[in-house]
Design a protein around this ligand. Structure first.
Ligand code: ZN
Ligand code: ZN
Length: 266
């Protein structure tokens, strides 16, 4: 049954979701309401983040803060300049700040602790630890007026925390990094293949599907398939893996090359 977005969203004034960039070379996710927005990660240039927002009729002036998940450059490379350009804070953990390239470090960082919520305007950001090969990798659940959006990428293996937050989400940016066959039969060096598939690497299409099948809540409406590898996955393969769920949720692919479709709940 196709969920009735209007009915499920009753009481929510308006929320817009967009993957401005998603993939293993750059990530930036937009979560906004009528007056405010937050970005999760800024892993493409500030110029491209702003131009992609304009392209999708999203107002950069609404962005109140950027939250950084971990230090890898595909999540951090635009953070410092974006913060200066939009005059907004960048929130991250102290360990992430210490581990990131100094040229990407924001001039005036705001620090959060995994497990402690942060309020930004009318959004409540819940950061939580995940399994990934970084100093202090976090994922986020963003709560607004009872509507929860999860940004769950760069996860080597599930955990109680991931399950706890995923289960509460109405919408998800969910990592589908690689197709198992493409990874193992592909040209990457053996050690890199092992790193990607490890407990501290990335979620495959199959792992993401299982996570969703076993742990999604009944309120889930929308899933963006996110952080696809260019070498080890295709949007078609990821979408095909989730084809049996398309009558249950709206499922959209994301892209590294262009901003994704804006999903709006009115
Ligand atoms: Zn990444
Ligand atoms: Zn990473």
């Amino acid at each position: 049954m196709i969920p009735d977005h209007k009915r499920v969203g009753a009481g929510i004034r308006m929320i817009e979701l967009c993957a401005l960039a998603s993939g293993s070379n750059g990530n930036c996710y937009y979560i906004g309401n009528r007056h405010e927005a937050v970005l999760i990660d800024a892993g493409i240039s500030a110029r491209r983040i702003i131009s992609r927002m304009h392209q999708q009729n999203l107002d950069p002036e609404k962005v109140k803060a950027v939250f950084i998940s971990h230090e890898h450059y595909d999540h951090t490379s635009g953070a410092r300049v974006l913060s200066k350009r939009l005059k907004i804070p960048v929130y991250l953990t102290a360990k992430t700040y210490a581990a990131m390239y100094s040229v990407h470090r924001p001039d005036a960082p705001g620090f959060f602790e995994p497990g402690s919520e942060v309020s930004t305007g009318s959004f409540i950001i819940h950061p939580f630890l995940k399994n990934h090969d970084a100093a202090e990798p976090c994922s986020f659940r963003i709560e607004y007026n009872g509507f929860n959006t999860g940004v769950l990428t760069d996860i080597g293996s599930s955990s109680d925390q991931v399950v706890h937050h995923l289960n509460r989400c109405h919408a998800l940016f969910l990592e589908t990094n690689y197709d198992e066959k493409m990874l193992w039969e592909g040209s990457y060096p053996w050690l890199l293949k092992q790193r990607i598939a490890s407990e501290r690497g990335h979620l495959s299409n199959d792992q993401a599907f299982e996570l969703l099948e076993n742990h999604s809540g009944s309120q889930l409406q929308m899933v963006f398939l996110s952080h696809l590898s260019a070498a080890n996955n295709t949007p078609e393969k990821a979408m095909n893996r989730f084809r049996e769920m398309v009558n249950k949720y709206k499922i959209l692919p994301t892209s590294r090359y262009a901003p994704g479709e804006v999903f709006t709940i009115a």
